[in-house]
Design a protein. Structure first.
Length: 482
């Protein structure tokens, strides 16, 4: 591994003022991952200038060259899969199987977008005048990618991949919780043949860097994934004339109808709620049960919650890793305390687990609240941890009303044998992703992905599928007469 540095103007370098911040293993805070540059506005400005100087030559390259770089990046990832996955588990905390799956998905994203390098097409138009009218799609210039820690390589790859495929320069700002993953991504792209300076890596945190990057007139597009409050701030800093993609939080429901098998419903709900320690934007946060199978569904969810074994994700016996940081741990613990203070009943908590909580690290037990009313804070706010709220609904109509009564609209699922109801649910639910008889989490490589309401800004929201390439190119219409 090279030293933890920024990559700016084609050079690996420390923060200009020499500042740094530490990142530690969330399963074992005595394990130091590294000290990374704490960038400031001056670093951000240098990154903008560096990419601005390199992007035109990249835009002028043959599509085949851009395709090759992205394909080689995928090859390098797969050749080093085990080492990369282990490092990701150490830095972010997710269990090794999830880390391996994430790097695989990252390679798949790079392959997918490599093939898009050849599909940046224009059109020709019939018109009444002489000559030819045609449109071309050209890169937007500099794309700024700001990404969260929970999928610290797959989310960046579905932004950096299409941006580079279409000939843009990229400024990449990873989360302060996963700087090593960010550095790896850039190292792999450079090793795969990306010319120096086409990408810049700006580590660190704070509005100083964020506002400088987002507000720069030289940045043509900002693609952000993260929380709603940060998204709002970025929206303001970007102003009205910047191309902007904001992918934000969720409060995702799983509706269980009375005809469902309680064990299967609980398996789907628990997988949605507890995979990745509940730290997924598409995690199931609410389970709305219709009819008298309620008690059976609760019993089955609790049985699954209790059985999780928490610990270091490198241990093959471990099925749930830690929260990503002490701050995340506190946030989730505060929400659990708020639920208890409201008088909500906990059907499973730390004291109920079959295996004890590890003595160190940022661990929170899988927690099941029951009989949670729609008015509760826990029913409305994103928790982003292994906490699920189970509620009763008197009818399908009441379940839909509860499911839609939140500010977010990212993912939703229904468990039923009645396909008519399932199709009605797909129409009635206010969410960008609808699952029938499977967990809210997990999305296809190539299907449109983006939420409604506070989960996305509603322009350019698709992060996958046919529409995604439009964000990274701008269209010019040419009227050609001789
Ligand atoms: P976050 O706190 O909003 O941070 C996201 C990114 O924004 C990080 O790189 C962060 O940097 C950066 N940032 C913070 N303040 C900024 C500013 N003023 N200007 C520019 N950038 C700024 O979110 P997170 O805690 O990393 O991620 C969890 C959230 O992401 C959850 O709400 C989750 O639902 C959402 N998420 C959504 C999706 C989706 O596809 N819809 C997918 C995954 C996650 P620092 O970390 O250095 O502060």
């Amino acid at each position: 591994m090279s030293a933890p540095l920024n990559y700016i103007g084609g050079r690996w370098q420390a923060a200009l003022d020499g500042g740094s911040f530490e990142r530690r293993n969330p399963a074992d805070p005595s394990d130091l991952i590294g000290a990374f540059p704490a960038s400031k506005a001056a670093d951000a400005l240098a990154a903008i200038e560096g990419v601005d100087g390199a992007r035109r030559a990249w835009a002028a390259t043959d599509a085949e060259q851009r395709q090759r770089v992205l394909e080689r990046t995928a090859d390098l990832i797969l050749a080093r899969l085990d080492a990369l996955a282990r490092e990701l588990t150490r830095e972010e905390g997710k269990v090794l199987a999830s880390a391996t799956q994430e790097w695989r998905r990252t390679a798949a994203n790079f392959r997918l977008y490599a093939s898009e390098a050849h599909r940046t097409l224009g059109e020709t138009f019939a018109n009444s005048g002489a000559g030819v009218t045609y449109s071309v799609r050209e890169p937007v210039g500099i794309v700024l990618a700001i990404t969260p820690w929970n999928f610290p390589v797959s989310i960046p790859s579905r932004k950096i991949g299409p941006a580079l495929a279409t000939g843009n320069g990229v400024i990449y700002k990873p989360s302060e919780l996963t700087p090593l993953a960010g550095q790896r991504m850039v190292e792999l792209l450079l090793e795969a043949g990306l010319p120096p300076g086409v990408i810049a890596l700006v580590q660190g945190y704070g509005a100083d860097v964020g506002d400088t990057l987002v507000g720069s007139a030289k940045v043509g597009a900002v693609t952000f994934t993260g929380s709603y409050p940060t998204g709002r701030r970025i929206h303001q800093a970007a102003g009205p004339d910047k191309r902007l993609q904001l992918e934000m939080g969720g409060k995702n429901p799983c509706v269980v109808l009375a005809d469902a098998d309680p064990a299967r419903a609980a398996q789907i709900a628990a997988q949605g709620a507890f995979s990745l320690t509940g730290q997924a934007c598409t995690a199931t946060s609410r389970v709305l049960v219709v009819g008298d199978i309620y008690d059976a569904v609760v019993r089955e969810i609790v049985a699954r919650a209790r059985a999780y074994r928490l610990g270091n994700g490198l241990d093959p016996q471990v099925t749930m890793g830690p929260l990503a940081s002490e701050a995340q741990q506190r946030k989730v613990e505060d929400m659990i305390a708020a639920g208890k203070a409201e008088g909500l009943r906990v059907a499973c908590g730390a004291q109920d687990l079959d295996s004890p909580l590890p003595p160190q690290g940022h661990f929170v037990a899988p927690t099941v609240f029951v009989d949670v009313p729609p008015s509760s804070r826990l029913s409305r706010e994103e928790i982003f941890g292994p906490v699920v709220c189970v509620s009763r609904a008197a009818s399908y109509e009441e379940a839909i009303a509860q499911a839609n009564a939140v500010d977010y609209g990212l993912a939703a699922s229904i468990v039923t044998r009645d396909m008519g109801r399932a199709l009605a649910f797909a129409a009635d639910i206010d969410a960008g992703i609808v699952k029938v008889n499977s967990a809210t989490g997990g999305v296809a490589l190539n299907a449109p992905f983006g939420g409604f309401k506070h989960s996305s800004n509603q322009t350019n929201k698709e992060q996958a599928g046919h529409g995604v390439m439009d964000f990274y190119t701008r269209t010019k219409s040419v009227y050609l007469a001789t």
